[in-house]
Design a protein around this ligand. Structure first.
Ligand code: ADP
Ligand code: NI
Length: 219
């Protein structure tokens, strides 16, 4: 099988596996990350074969959705590529990128050692920013059943004690805890440039959201 065929078969595998996802990890997220990673990778002189395969397989089994198994994604990516007749070295390189990407999700900061991994990670992070990033955050929040926003009221004004205690777990809070920090975590200059604009989209969205929340546009 030549490289083009492997890429096509792998895209098909990802499409079939993720087509019905509604948590923001659907096939089109993978397609966007694939495209961005290829562009960023070309600019960095990365091995585009590794970049494309890692991008296509990076969410094949997310630990947040598969019951917490961090190894399953890398394992499935490795098995898939070896199953297509690709060398173990290549499969290992792809699986290692996916493993390092999911560790960050678990709250551990682990540096991505290879340029191929750096651009795929950048592409994945870029897709959490901008208008698409806003949409994905609320899609994921809805999927998880978290409230959009709970304003900072004193405890006695909250609907319930639970409501007050859970106030960190809102989608708006996710912007502050994670999304607004991503622009300074890009690995490559190309990604940093794109992140600047996408970051401004998030800031503008948050400002508009909070204005409308309080009907601040009445006057
Ligand atoms: P990826 O799997 O693409 O590396 P994540 O799994 O961390 O990234 O997040 C996937 C998407 O879900 C992102 O758009 C992110 O903003 C969103 N997301 C993750 N956790 C939350 C949360 N607690 N609330 C809202 N959105 C979230
Ligand atoms: Ni992803």
């Amino acid at each position: 099988m030549n490289k083009t065929e492997v890429i096509e078969r792998t895209a098909e595998y990802a499409r079939e596996t993720l087509h019905s996802d509604s948590s923001g990890h659907d096939w089109w997220h993978v397609a966007r990350v694939h495209r961005l990673a290829r562009e960023l990778g070309a600019g960095e002189g990365a091995d585009l074969y590794v970049v494309e395969l890692a991008a296509l397989l990076h969410d094949i089994s997310d630990y947040k959705l598969n019951g917490g198994d961090l190894d399953e994604g890398p394992r499935r990516a490795f098995a898939w590529l070896v199953g297509l007749g690709e060398p173990e070295d290549l499969a290992r390189a792809v699986a290692d990128i996916i493993a390092t990407m999911s560790f960050k999700g678990a709250g551990t900061v682990s540096a991505m050692p290879t340029i191929e991994g750096k651009v795929v990670q950048d592409a994945d992070r870029l897709d959490a920013l901008g208008a698409v990033g806003v949409a994905r955050a609320f899609a994921y929040g809805g999927f998880k059943g978290e409230p959009m926003h709970l304003p900072d009221l004193p405890p006695h004004l909250h609907a319930s004690v639970d409501d007050y205690l859970n106030r960190q777990g809102t989608t708006i809070n996710h912007f502050h805890e994670k999304l607004l920090l991503l622009k300074d975590r890009m690995n490559t200059p190309g990604a940093r440039r794109l992140a600047e604009r996408r970051h401004r989209v998030l800031e503008q969205f948050l400002a508009d959201f909070l204005t409308e929340w309080d009907a601040g546009d009445l006057t």
